[in-house]
Design a protein around this ligand. Structure first.
Ligand SMILES: [Zn+2]
Length: 487
């Protein structure tokens, strides 16, 4: 058992220091030139290496006689600073070399190094359960968890999440490796680490990775579907979903998208020191060209700190009502329903049908109050929202209402009110959406959407600066398609 522990520890320690490459579970011998790269890797990815370490295999790597830069050990150093201890314990010195700190490389003698093992949170797990499963003594686990207070609520743990548990190898003493803390990632950039405090007990620290923001430019012509065009241009699906969302006020994604329409998008990525994209950030500029008409939008932060999308003239992309009040990324048919009249689309039809899988979230098209919720003849499960004295919207054939919805309930634009289904007179799962103006159903295809905010004066001038700067940035990133063609 101890041998096995040591073998794992060996791989883990080396894994944290060297940028290991595994082939069929065997660690390749690292080369010194990998060293600087590897040190960055340590903070970012050490936690993910553990699963590759097969306990039965002898790792073909030497233990690197250097400190491991990981947040937990850095935490120990921080704890020391906090305590203003005059004498720094040599063991902690050996542990402490934060990967994010480029200057001090503390030479460590042949001290035992901590290693980490990733544990997955299962459903029904508590943090205490996970730590005890990892081998922590109950009292130790409780003390470490108490240190999180005010920084992270362990009840917020979700099944599937990963916790890195830190151990100190026991060496030749014949005892179990000692639990010395843990780390929980809070998001792509931040983790909270709990490590032993010099005065006893544990202390929690928050660490933020050094990430660079890099803009990415992509564009494409739609041949079959917007999502296919996005994938062909290398745009992550999440970014394409966001693109649909930011145009949902203006564009009916079931009908307005045609062959040879085009998209442009510039979004921010967060990149670590190895150049790996760790997060796809927000869209800062996008344009859809639909049937020859180009609709650009620009992300802009107003003087009051509020951030929103605006068109070329400073008109908010948000309208009082959404044209696509559904998770548009899940629409079933790539092109217009005109070609697919299976859902009973007739001349008399007074709504818009969005074919989407059963269960797709339906959004409130605008702020308002629910004034009808219940079964309504051929409409099946039906919700109507009153937005103001002029406009209402209605949603039919729902599979289910969102929990908590009811008559009189106040809803915000974009809030989920229910889910796509096929209740009532319906031939397949779809959302039947109606816009009602002064009590009369209007054709959503023709209705001029009540518009949102229009920037004026100095706000408009500030926006124009943002817009022009984004245009310059877009141009500076070049046309990836042309670059490819010129090669
Ligand atoms: Zn319909």
């Amino acid at each position: 058992m101890m041998l096995r522990g040591m073998a794992v520890a060996g791989v883990l320690i080396a894994g944290a220091v060297w940028n290991l490459k595994y082939t069929d579970g065997v660690a390749a011998t690292p080369t010194p030139s990998d060293e600087s790269l590897a040190r960055h890797e340590a903070s970012a990815e050490a936690g993910f290496i553990t699963s590759a370490a097969a306990p039965s295999q002898k790792p073909q790597v030497a233990l690197a006689p250097m400190s491991i830069g990981n947040p937990a050990t850095a935490a120990a150093l921080d704890a020391l600073k906090d305590a203003r201890t005059a004498v720094i314990a040599p063991t902690v010195m050996a542990m402490a070399a934060p990967a994010t700190d480029p200057v001090p490389e503390i030479a460590a003698p042949a001290m035992p190094q901590t290693y980490r093992t990733a544990y997955k949170v299962k459903s029904g797990d508590t943090l205490s359960k996970v730590l005890r499963r990892a081998g922590a003594e109950p009292a130790d686990a409780e003390a470490a968890i108490r240190a999180l207070k005010g920084m992270f609520n362990p009840r917020k743990l979700k099944a599937g999440q990963t916790i890195d548990v830190i151990f100190m190898p026991s060496g030749d003493t014949g005892t179990k490796d000692r639990f010395t803390g843990f780390e929980i990632p809070l998001d792509y950039a931040t983790r909270v680490a709990v490590a032993p405090a010099p005065q006893g007990g544990y202390k929690a620290h928050e660490f933020t990775r050094d990430l660079e923001t890099q803009p990415v430019r992509a564009e494409g012509v739609i041949d079959w579907s917007l999502f296919k065009a996005g994938a062909d241009a290398g745009v992550p699906a999440g970014v394409m979903s966001e693109l649909v969302r930011v145009f949902s006020w203006d564009v009916d994604f079931q009908r307005d998208i045609r062959k040879n329409d085009a998209f442009e998008v510039m979004y921010e990525t967060k990149v670590d020191q190895n150049g790996h994209v760790v997060h796809n950030g927000k869209i800062v500029y996008a344009a859809l060209t639909l049937s020859g008409e180009r609709k650009p939008i620009y992300l802009h932060t107003l003087e009051d700190g509020h951030t929103d999308y605006f068109d070329e003239k400073g008109q908010s992309a948000k309208k009082a009502l959404m044209r696509t009040p559904i998770d548009g990324a899940r629409l079933s048919s790539p092109f217009g329903m005109r070609k697919h009249p299976i859902l009973g689309y007739t001349k008399k039809h007074t709504g818009t049908d969005f074919a989407a899988p059963s269960g797709t979230p339906i959004y409130a098209a605008g702020d308002g109050v629910v004034d009808y919720l219940g079964w309504k003849g051929g409409y099946g499960k039906y919700i109507r929202i009153r937005h103001n004295s002029e406009y209402s919207t209605a949603y039919a054939h729902m599979r289910a209402y969102k929990r908590g919805m009811g008559k009189g309930k106040r809803v915000r634009q974009g809030q989920v009110i229910g889910y796509v289904g096929s209740t009532g007179r319906s031939t397949g799962p779809h959302l039947h959406y109606e816009i009602i103006r002064r009590g009369v159903k209007v054709n959503p295809m023709r209705v001029k959407m009540p518009s949102g905010q229009k920037l004026k004066g100095t706000e408009l001038a500030r926006f124009e600066e943002t817009r022009d700067a984004l245009k310059v940035q877009w141009a500076s990133l070049g046309d990836p398609g042309q670059q490819l063609a010129q090669r």
